[in-house]
Design a protein around this ligand. Structure first.
Ligand SMILES: Cc1cc2nc3c(=O)[nH]c(=O)nc-3n(C[C@H](O)[C@H](O)[C@H](O)COP(=O)(O)OP(=O)(O)OC[C@H]3O[C@@H](n4cnc5c(N)ncnc54)[C@H](O)[C@@H]3O)c2cc1C
Length: 437
């Protein structure tokens, strides 16, 4: 029987930090100690900024502990889409920002024992050669010498794969454990509410000049419309023993497809994805694929997680909202949160220091929201708000759906999740289910 937790979790020992004890003041408060929050703290500390990071539970215990940790600028077929929808300049900057993030990881990992390995990143297609050719053309147009590999080292027939060399993979928790050493962090310090530049926790208040929300899903609903601009998408992972080395990191161009990467003697298969709160193939699809392609292999670990998806597939990094100029956010990583966290740390450090950052504009949360996905998100919310069943989500009141694969109550509107006793598992809800809900 496989272990129901991520490989990283089993194989790492994280540093521990005290709980906040009494009220304090700081220039910059960072809320959330996942990859995004920890990297922001690291770069703010290097820049000499007075900051404090508070984490509601333990650092990197959220999505970051369940990532597959591919460090890549090849985010599916994003460049052809960006070229046509956002234009050459923005597409080029998105590519540059991500390549710089890959490079930053390379530099930082040089001094850290975190199983960092440079690899080629591949976007493959099972049935659409044209899409791959268009993506390779788009990349060439943006100045990247892209090629298509005819026979990627995958266990099934493909139409080839667009290659991006000099990308990477690592062990995210070994990395974060080292990076977090010496940072000013309080664990078990959950921010419950805000009162005029003061964050309220049960063990003290924190008064700040500026605040960074690195809470995965932003927790303040008053500004920024994140509850309309994002939804959450769940994915499943199995780690196989006795399966081949695929020599690289792979993602299907079809968002419902699978991903592959190795870690030591294990092969990770990712997939079974669906909007949180909706039906999906979950681990079943992955188990069937493992059985078909690697009949000799056995499943050692199985886990699942979810990420925030934006309207235009670009993260929201920058000023939180028009009426919250001292608030900043790093969210909407679209399942590419390693490079996106690094980009966020660079952009937000500059913005806190009031320095110009040439990538700030592309990721600015204030950009246009007029996309088809906005209507889908809106309709989903209206439908689930009007659905009379119980229990209800304490975030905005949507009807929760039972997820039999994981035995949890999941919200189809914004992705909050609760265990069968009603305890909060995933935000944006900020508390457990009420007994009567
Ligand atoms: C299955 C899967 C595979 C993935 N694989 C990849 C990959 O290969 N490569 C890649 O680049 N990306 C990948 N991603 C995406 C990436 O893992 C995430 O985008 C990233 O880990 C998110 O980091 P984060 O810091 O934003 O969030 P988190 O890691 O969730 O951190 C947020 C933290 O905020 C804390 N918090 C929340 N509310 C409060 C509060 N009120 N007070 C205090 N603390 C609070 C939480 O406890 C949590 O620790 C994957 C995602 C999934 C779902």
């Amino acid at each position: 029987m496989e272990k129901r937790e991520s490989v990283w979790n089993v194989q790492s020992s994280m540093p521990h930090f005290e709980k906040l004890n009494g009220s304090i003041k700081t220039d910059v408060l960072i809320i959330g100690g996942g990859m995004a929050g920890v990297l922001c703290a690291y770069f703010l500390q290097k820049a000499g900024v007075d900051y404090v990071l508070v984490e509601g539970k333990k650092i990197c215990c959220g999505v970051t502990q369940n990532t597959t940790a591919k460090i890549s600028a090849a985010h599916g077929l994003i460049y052809n889409e960006l070229l046509h929808q956002a234009g050459q300049e923005r597409a080029k900057r998105y590519l540059e920002a991500n390549l710089k993030a890959v490079q930053s990881f390379g530099e930082l990992c040089r001094g850290i024992d975190c199983d960092y390995k440079e690899v080629t990143s591949y976007v493959y297609s099972l049935d659409n050669r044209k899409k791959l050719e268009d993506e390779a053309d788009a990349l060439r147009h943006l100045g990247w010498d892209a090629a298509i590999l005819e026979t990627p080292k995958l266990p099934m027939q493909t139409m080839g794969a667009v290659c991006m060399e000099h990308q990477a993979q690592f062990h995210p928790l070994k990395f974060a454990a080292k990076i977090a050493q010496g940072l000013t962090i309080y664990e078990d310090t959950f921010v419950k509410e805000f009162k005029d530049h003061t964050a309220v926790t049960e063990s003290g208040n924190i008064t700040y000049r500026k605040v960074i929300f690195a809470t995965h899903f932003p927790i303040d609903n008053k500004y920024g419309l994140y509850f309309l601009k994002m939804y959450q998408h769940r994915s499943y992972v199995i780690a196989l023993e006795n399966a081949e080395d695929v020599e690289g990191i792979y993602i299907d161009e079809n968002r419902k497809g699978m991903s592959f990467r190795n870690y030591k003697d294990l092969l990770f298969l990712g997939g079974g994805s669906h909007r949180t709160g909706k039906k999906g193939c979950c681990w079943q699809e992955l188990k069937e694929a493992a059985h078909q392609y690697y009949p000799e292999a056995s499943i050692k670990y199985a886990w699942a997680a979810q990420d925030c998806m934006t309207l235009d597939h670009i993260p929201y990094i920058g000023v939180y909202g028009k009426h919250m100029p001292d608030g900043f956010v790093a969210t909407g990583f679209n399942k590419w949160g390693m490079t996106s966290s690094m980009i966020a740390a660079h952009i937000l450090t500059d913005q806190i220091l009031e320095k110009e950052n040439s990538y700030g504009e592309i990721f600015a949360p204030s950009r246009s929201i007029w996309k088809l996905q906005l209507a889908v998100n809106g309709l989903e919310a209206v439908f689930n708000l009007l659905t009379p069943s119980k229990p209800r989500c304490p975030h905005l009141g949507c009807a929760l759906k039972w997820n039999p694969a994981e035995r949890t109550w999941d919200c189809p509107c914004h992705g909050s999740r609760f265990d069968k006793e009603g305890r909060l598992l995933d935000n944006p809800a900020n508390g457990d289910l009420k007994k009567s809900s």
